[in-house]
Design a protein around this ligand. Structure first.
Ligand code: ATP
Length: 244
């Protein structure tokens, strides 16, 4: 069934004049941002530009933001970090189900693990998983909560290049199936343009560039048409490409 038009246009996230300072130093300086429901957005910016600070504010984890601040955020928000944050003393399935109970929870947990390719690993300990598998389990833990908004802070930052590419395909696949809004923080320009339909660059406390990436999926790193987006994003980040 086609989603109601209003659902497509209703913003999942709406920020107005979001401001955050630490010890008198302004990190976010009046950020205005709307993310429509179901949109896949990546957030780029230099180290220390305030990406995680913005993500924490959207997640509702920061109560010290000022301005008219966070006006809208959905009820069901899941966050995935660079490390899986699995509890080492619990097996994988209970980790995925953490805080959930009720009828059908276990079944949903098993289904989520199967979706991320971890069927059969329900009883494994976190220490028995590879880095990529642990991040898959973290994604399953998010999925099982059926988030309307998925916030991801460098979720693939600690993975090797090959695993990272596989995780890109998995994340995009999960997004296609469940259609949450996504805000993905990354340092990696290529990761942003291969995955996201809109890429933001945070600069001097504001959204300095808001770029729509209008290419079909699945996208390849080698797609020459993506290189224009890459050049524009690198320019916004102040990186001059070597043209040799
Ligand atoms: N709890 C805090 N107390 C003091 N300063 C903080 C705190 N959290 C963040 N900051 C500062 O705010 C700035 C932005 O930090 P943030 O972690 O949001 O940046 P980032 O863009 O996510 O960086 P990175 O890409 O390196 O993870 C940094 O200068 C950081 O030192």
């Amino acid at each position: 069934m086609a989603p109601h038009t209003e659902q497509l246009t209703r913003p999942a996230v709406r920020l107005q004049g979001l401001t955050r300072s630490f010890d008198g130093r302004t990190v976010l300086d009046g950020v205005d941002l709307e993310i429509p429901a179901g949109q896949f957005v990546a957030l780029l910016g230099h180290s220390g530009s305030g990406k995680s600070t913005l993500l924490r504010a959207v997640a509702g984890l920061d109560h010290e933001v000022t301005g008219s601040g966070l006006l809208t955020a959905p009820e069901r928000v899941s966050v995935v970090f660079q490390d899986s944050r699995l509890l080492p003393w619990r097996r994988i399935l209970p980790n995925v189900l953490l805080g959930l109970d009720g009828r059908g929870a276990e079944e949903r947990g098993r289904a989520a693990l199967a979706e991320v390719g971890l069927a059969g690993r329900e009883r494994a300990w976190p220490s028995e998983l590879s880095g990529g598998e642990a991040q898959r389990a973290a994604l399953a833990r998010s999925l099982v909560r059926e988030p309307e908004l998925l916030l991801a802070d460098e979720p693939f930052g600690a993975l090797d290049a090959l695993t990272r590419i596989r995780m890109h395909a998995l994340l995009r696949e999960l997004w296609k199936r469940h259609r949450p809004s996504v805000l993905l923080v990354t340092h990696d320009v290529d990761e942003a343009i291969v995955l996201a339909d809109r890429v933001l660059v945070l600069d001097h406390g504001r959204i300095g560039l808001d770029l729509t990436v209008d290419r079909p999926h699945p996208r390849s790193y080698r797609d020459p048409l993506l290189s224009e987006y890459r050049t524009e994003l690198l320019g916004a980040l102040g990186v001059v490409e070597d043209t040799d």
